[in-house]
Design a protein around this ligand. Structure first.
Ligand SMILES: Cc1cc2nc3c(=O)[nH]c(=O)nc-3n(C[C@H](O)[C@H](O)[C@H](O)COP(=O)(O)O)c2cc1C
Length: 192
């Protein structure tokens, strides 16, 4: 159990990466984790696009936006720190029952499956949807929900106590991420 909690503590958002590829077998496992995720009424409305060729990964880079709480020179990966893999998460609107909870569960499973291999990730909602939709050739029935960036991180990220109620993550002196989380006394409303 302690191992699981350590896994969950360190399965954070990562935004700077080594420039070495993530094996296709690991990408396939990440997608398998998404495929079998729980979903409302088992309707399975989510579809995925795996972007792993260096040329396509490079075309995705300018279409995603990093770390809104940080100045770009701190939050945006430099050209030699960019992710090496993207997965686009789409809702197939030709199927009934698409919902954000299902997408969240799939995203959680994907990022956990990646982290089990030491692959860090960043779930990205601030994305240029029309441009990505067109780049990936997504048809009208596919609504781009989010994109996940992956790679082997070159920094650490740790949960820190929240100070002054600020939710803003920040970098420490070694450029590692510090992510404030609300204390348990605040989030656990009652124990009955
Ligand atoms: C739905 C969602 C959308 C997000 N969109 C972005 C994004 O566009 N760009 C980014 O750099 N991080 C994005 N993030 C990462 C969050 O900023 C990050 O999860 C948050 O700061 C907490 O950090 P943690 O994941 O390490 O707990 C997103 C996360 C989620 C869950």
């Amino acid at each position: 159990m302690e191992e699981m909690m350590q896994f969950l503590r360190t399965r954070r958002t990562y935004r700077r990466f080594e420039q070495r590829p993530v094996d296709h077998a690991i990408a396939a496992e990440i997608l398998e984790a998404a495929r079998i995720a729980s979903c409302g009424a088992n309707r399975q409305t989510l579809k995925y696009v795996l972007v792993e060729s260096p040329a396509m990964v490079a075309k995705m880079q300018p279409l995603v936006h990093w770390a809104a709480y940080l100045p770009p020179e701190q939050g945006c990966p430099a050209p030699d720190e960019t992710p090496v893999l993207f997965i686009a998460v789409c809702q197939d609107e030709s199927l009934p029952g698409a919902n954000d909870t299902d997408a969240g569960l799939a995203l959680g499973s994907m990022t956990a499956a990646a982290w089990a291999h030491g692959v860090g990730s960043c779930i990205m909602g601030a994305i240029d949807r029309p441009a990505i939709q067109s780049l990936l050739g997504l048809g009208d029935c596919l609504r781009l929900h989010s994109v996940v960036a992956f790679g082997y991180p070159t920094h650490t990220s740790r949960v820190v106590p929240m100070e002054d109620g600020s939710v803003k993550y920040f970098l420490d002196e070694d450029r590692n991420y510090c992510v404030p989380k609300r204390p348990m006394e605040e989030v656990l409303l009652k124990t009955l």
